[in-house]
Structures are given as structure tokens and as C-alpha cells.
Ligand binder design. Structure first.
Ligand SMILES: NC(=O)c1ccc[n+]([C@@H]2O[C@H](COP(=O)([O-])OP(=O)(O)OC[C@H]3O[C@@H](n4cnc5c(N)ncnc54)[C@H](O)[C@@H]3O)[C@@H](O)[C@H]2O)c1
Ligand SMILES: O=P(O)(O)OC[C@@H](O)CO
Ligand SMILES: [Zn+2]
Length: 352
């Protein structure tokens, strides 16, 4: 009878606010999960939040186990799986930046146990999404995973994190403009399924962030609140779409490529922001809205040039000409840019 169906998975509890880290155990208890938590964290996030989360679970009568990871690799995912597979572990709790959260998500998916997302930085929109993205050799796996059962985002901690982590989160959201453009293009050219609602939500999230750019300032808790709200909303758009398409287009392919080839890649959000200036230029030409993207990034202190990213100009050109090979996702890059076209785009937009 129905030729189409959809299954949208969203988090049950999203708790955002000042001091909510201490509500992590309560937010989970409400979900009536069985077993004890496995807290996955990394060195700095452990100090700023992980140890407190473990203590909170202990105080609430749980017996938390802890795995500290150093890198977002398949090795780290295996390390977490080994502990997570134990019968007494009921669910996983990822406390940290995007890499820790992705590793937790992927391990939880593997062992068939849910996970709770406790971001310590408002640096990326994976804090709520049902996607996990891990590099492996020459490629990057972005796989479907369960979205978090709950999200606990303490704005006091997020506002205290280094400012560039917050500007990276803003830039990840601003890049939604070009991601949606790429998605629409892929729909028109390749009949890729497009979700109007997810596309509109993603674009609206970016518009609201830009409208509030004046209130996004260092050490202002209000900023952490605005950015986290946007990150949640963008993650929900991805969950609705069942893909990262609403928030990841050519600008993300370029950033993933930079992660592979740059000796010292910059933050994910910063890279996608700078790449977004160039992909907007590719979409709308020299008089198009690329300057709006650049100005929006500059207004929140995010980088707008290769030099500000700390990445060599030639590496940026290589990323532009090879990013289309990274994954089977049709974008404005088509079947690849020529080197001359890449130089033109990077020059006109002032990225190099
Ligand atoms: N799954 C998704 O949908 C999705 C979405 C966006 C990004 N990502 C992925 O997330 C990763 C990027 O995340 P990221 O930018 O947070 O990088 P990251 O996880 O490497 O964090 C950056 C650094 O900030 C530190 N940090 C975190 N919180 C801190 C705090 N409160 N104080 C001081 N230092 C702190 C971390 O320890 C790390 O050294 C990439 O791998 C990207 O692909 C995934
Ligand atoms: O699927 P990817 O390209 O990792 O994108 C997810 C996220 O970074 C979108 O902001
Ligand atoms: Zn992103």
C-alpha cells in the first residue's frame, strides 16, 4: 500500500544548560536502561567533565567502567568494544570532543548498546547525529549509527572550552548552507533522495546562527547556548534525513581530504567553513553569496583563509582537485576540478 517508508531515530532526552553535567545520571535513569555505564573519554575532557560524570554515576549507585582513548581510530573503537561487550555494561557514555563521541557511537553500534552524548566542546554537529565518522587509511568511514539515547550538554563547560572550539562549531553550522545546496544539486542531477524538511531545518539552523552572530562572543555562556542549540538542530536534521547530507556536502569532502593530506590539519569546523566559501563560489559564481559565507565566518572569529587554517596553499589545491574521490556523494565538485579551476576558486575567494 505504501511505496515509501521512513524510520526516524532521535534522542529521548536532550538536556542543555548551566551545570547539567551533574544531571547525567538522572537523565539516563529516566530511560530505564539495564546495566552499568561504560564512560569513554580522552585526557583533557576527562579532567573537565569525565571524572565528574563517573563520580555522578557512582553516587547514583551505578558501577561505571572507564576507557580513555587517545585517538579516533579503528584501534580505539576496538578497544572500547572489548570492554563494552561485557554483560554488565548496559550502555556507553561518550564524554569529549567529536572524536571521542564518534568512537563511542561506533563501538555502541557494534555491540548493539545505546550511548549517551556528553560533549565537552561545542565544536561539531555530531553531538546529536546518528552518524559516526572515523578515518581509516586513505578513506573515511561515515556510517549510520544509533543517535544518542540522551544528550547532556553543560553550557558552563562548553563556554569554558577554548574559544576556537566554539568558533569551529559555528563554522560547521554555517557550512550547512552549501551542504544543502549540494544535496539539492544531487537531487536534480542524480535523483538522490531529498528530504524537504531536513533540508529546510538545516538551512534555517544556519540562518539563525548567522542572525545571532553578534551574541556569539568568548566567555559568554549565552554563546555556548546559541551554538549548542544550533548543533542539536543540525544533528536532528541529519537524523531525520538518515544521512549526513543536510550538513555535509563538498565542503566536508574537502575537509576530510585535508585531514588525510595536511601534515597538521585544523579543526573540522574551521576546515569545512573555509571550504564552504569556495564551494559557494562554485555554486553561485564570482558575484554569488560566497562573500556572505566568508563574512559570517569572520564575524565569529573563524578562519577564512588557508593561512589562518595553518595549511599550505598547495595542500588546499590538492584537496580541491581530489576531494570528489573521497566518497560516493555527488556534489558541486562533480567528477573533479581541474587544477586551474581550483586555483581560480581559491584565489577569487581570497582563500589563498
Ligand atoms: N558524526 C558526526 O555527525 C560528526 C559531525 C561533525 C564532526 N564529526 C567528527 O568530529 C571530529 C571533530 O570534532 P572536534 O572538532 O571536537 O575534534 P576533537 O574531538 O579532536 O577535539 C579537539 C580537541 O579539543 C579537546 N577538547 C575537547 N573539549 C575540551 C575542553 N572542554 N577543554 C579543552 N580541550 C577540549 C579535545 O581533547 C581535542 O584535543 C572529526 O573527526 C569529525 O569528522 C562527526
Ligand atoms: O558524514 P560526514 O561528512 O562526516 O559529516 C558529518 C558532519 O561533519 C556534518 O557536519
Ligand atoms: Zn561537520
Amino acid at each position: 500500500m505504501f511505496d515509501k517508508s521512513t524510520w526516524i531515530r532521535l534522542p529521548r532526552n536532550v538536556v542543555v544548560g548551566h551545570g547539567v553535567l551533574d544531571d547525567a545520571a538522572a537523565a539516563v535513569e529516566e530511560l530505564r536502561l539495564h546495566g552499568d555505564p561504560l564512560v569513554v573519554t580522552s585526557p583533557t575532557p576527562a579532567k573537565v567533565a569525565g571524572d565528574r560524570v563517573v563520580e555522578g554515576f557512582s553516587d547514583a549507585g551505578f558501577d561505571p567502567r572507564v576507557v580513555r582513548i587517545e585517538e579516533a581510530t579503528f584501534g580505539a573503537v576496538e578497544e572500547v568494544i572489548e570492554v563494552a561487550a561485557s554483560d554488565d555494561v548496559g550502555y556507553l557514555v561518550g564524554v569529549g570532543g567529536g572524536k571521542v563521541i564518534d568512537v563511542t557511537k561506533m563501538a555502541g553500534e557494534d555491540v548493539g548498546k545505546g550511548f549517551v552524548s556528553v560533549p565537552t566542546a561545542a565544536s561539531h554537529d555530531g553531538i546529536v547525529s546518528g552518524r559516526a565518522s572515523i578515518p581509516e587509511g586513505d578513506t573515511r568511514h561515515s556510517v549510520a549509527a544509533e543517535p544518542p539515547l540522551a544528550v547532556v550538554a553543560d553550557t558552563e563547560i562548553l563556554a569554558d572550552a577554548p574559544w576556537e572550539l566554539t568558533t569551529a562549531g559555528c563554522a560547521d553550522i554555517i557550512s550547512n548552507f552549501t551542504a544543502v545546496r549540494d544535496w539539492e544539486l544531487a537531487h536534480r542531477l542524480k535523483n538522490v533522495e531529498y528530504h524537504e524538511y531536513a533540508g529546510a531545518l538545516s538551512r534555517m539552523t544556519a540562518e539563525m546562527l548567522v542572525e545571532n552572530a553578534d551574541s556569539i562572543r568568548p566567555e559568554l555562556e549565552e554563546s555556548a547556548w546559541i551554538v549548542t542549540k544550533a548543533l542539536v538542530s543540525s544533528g536532528v536534521a541529519m537524523s531525520i534525513a538518515g544521512s549526513s547530507r543536510p550538513a555535509s556536502g563538498a565542503e566536508h569532502l574537502i575537509s576530510h581530504q585535508l585531514d588525510r593530506i595536511a601534515p597538521e590539519p585544523a579543526l573540522h569546523g574551521h576546515q569545512v567553513g573555509v571550504a564552504s566559501i569556495m564551494t559557494e563560489y562554485l555554486h553561485s559564481g564570482p558575484k554569488g553569496q560566497w562573500q556572505d559565507i566568508r563574512d559570517a565566518l569572520a564575524s565569529i572569529d573563524a578562519p577564512t583563509t588557508a593561512a589562518e587554517l595553518g595549511i599550505d596553499e598547495e595542500i588546499v589545491i590538492e584537496a580541491l582537485t581530489t576531494a570528489h574521490e573521497i566518497r560516493d556523494r555527488y556534489t558541486i565538485l562533480g567528477d573533479g576540478m581541474s587544477e586551474a579551476a581550483a586555483r581560480e576558486a581559491a584565489n577569487v575567494t581570497g582563500v589563498i
